[in-house]
Design a protein around this ligand. Structure first.
Ligand code: C2E
Ligand code: MG
Ligand code: MG
Ligand code: MG
Length: 297
């Protein structure tokens, strides 16, 4: 392994590598530099109550400007950062940045709902994860309720006989966050393989229905969305649908009793300045969904 020889002592030459590997190495080097320089941005996608249209929160999403007016998609650099361990530093940057942003909005007298951050299994497994979250909140003078942590099912998949001890640790850690008022949601629900037993045992606040099911409400997605909503409500969890693009999807999910949604039908992720205007009620970038149909007597 090249890295085991220490920095600057690569045992191969770049031109010996296949073009794809070379591209990957370059991207990895750029990622390392971008983390050191803090040259990322956070955008915020509004989340809205499906019944009332009230703003309930926003999801912070990483953007990595490519220098040519576009940005490198997270689907490309997040898996890479997970593979090489850079995700821990990157996640820490996101956490601190979000807390400072919330503080800035509050200082302007704005009312700030919960802001969600995405946390990978590797970050959650860091022994000091909870301490870092609590410190970031304290440094910014924030109550825990301003923050929501989105975890994937993979982060919770420690329910094997071999990892029982780790599971206890996981739920203890989640409880510590929850006691501080931090909300916890399972992201992309239905695409992983969490067990119902685990769902009941872990201190969760909400489930997010994966975009792939929302996109397919004309097909199998309808039954899956309905089942997830029923399951979540049985367990006392809120349900957020992500990736709603059409009025038909919106109408279906509202009819099924889904609590909240985010999606391009409302708004894409917005830069911090525009998001601040949304919080101020000045730039209503989103439209309130049409009033629910009255029940027929
Ligand atoms: P996610 O957490 O499931 O985030 C939702 C994704 O759906 C975002 O993609 C968002 O822009 C996109 N989306 C929302 N509404 C719509 C819609 O109506 N149509 C379509 N086509 N897409 C919609 P994005 O920003 O590209 O992020 C992709 C994934 O990258 C995220 O999925 C999350 O897993 C990861 N990610 C993004 N930011 C972070 C971060 O700060 N930390 C970590 N660990 N992962 C992140
Ligand atoms: Mg998410
Ligand atoms: Mg998601
Ligand atoms: Mg998703």
């Amino acid at each position: 392994h090249a890295r085991s020889r220490g920095p600057g002592q690569c045992q191969f030459h770049e031109q010996d590598l296949a073009p794809r590997q070379r591209e990957r190495l370059r991207l990895e080097a750029r990622l390392r530099r971008a983390i050191a320089d803090g040259s990322f941005e956070l955008h915020y996608q509004p989340q809205v109550d499906l019944q009332t249209g009230a703003l309930t929160g926003a999801e912070a999403l990483l953007r990595w400007p490519d220098g040519a007016g576009g940005s490198v998609p997270p689907s490309l650099f997040i898996p890479m950062a997970e593979a090489n361990g850079l995700i821990v530093a990157l996640g820490d940057w996101v956490l601190q940045r979000v807390c400072r942003q919330i503080r800035r909005w509050l200082d302007r007298g704005l009312e700030v709902p919960r802001i969600a951050i995405n946390v990978t299994p590797q970050e959650l497994q860091q022994p000091d994860f909870v301490a870092r979250v609590l410190r970031s909140l304290a440094d910014a003078g924030l109550a825990g309720r301003h923050l929501c942590i989105e975890l994937t099912e993979a982060a919770l998949m420690t329910d094997t006989a071999a990892a029982r001890a780790a599971t206890a640790t996981l739920s203890t850690r989640l409880l510590m966050l929850r006691e501080a008022g931090v909300q916890l949601a399972i992201d992309d629900f239905g695409t992983g393989c969490s067990s119902l037993a685990m769902l009941r045992r872990l201190p969760m606040d909400g489930l997010k229905i994966d975009r792939s099911f929302v996109a397919d409400v004309d097909g199998d997605g309808a039954a899956i969305c309905a089942a997830i909503i029923g399951l979540a409500h049985t367990l006392g969890l809120r349900v957020i649908a992500e990736g709603i693009e059409t009025d038909a999807q919106l109408a279906f999910l509202r009819e099924q009793g889904c609590d909240e949604f985010q999606g391009h039908v409302l708004s894409p992720a917005l830069g911090a300045t525009i998001m601040g205007e949304v919080l101020a009620g000045a730039a209503i970038q989103y439209r309130v969904p049409p009033a629910p149909a009255l029940p027929t007597a």
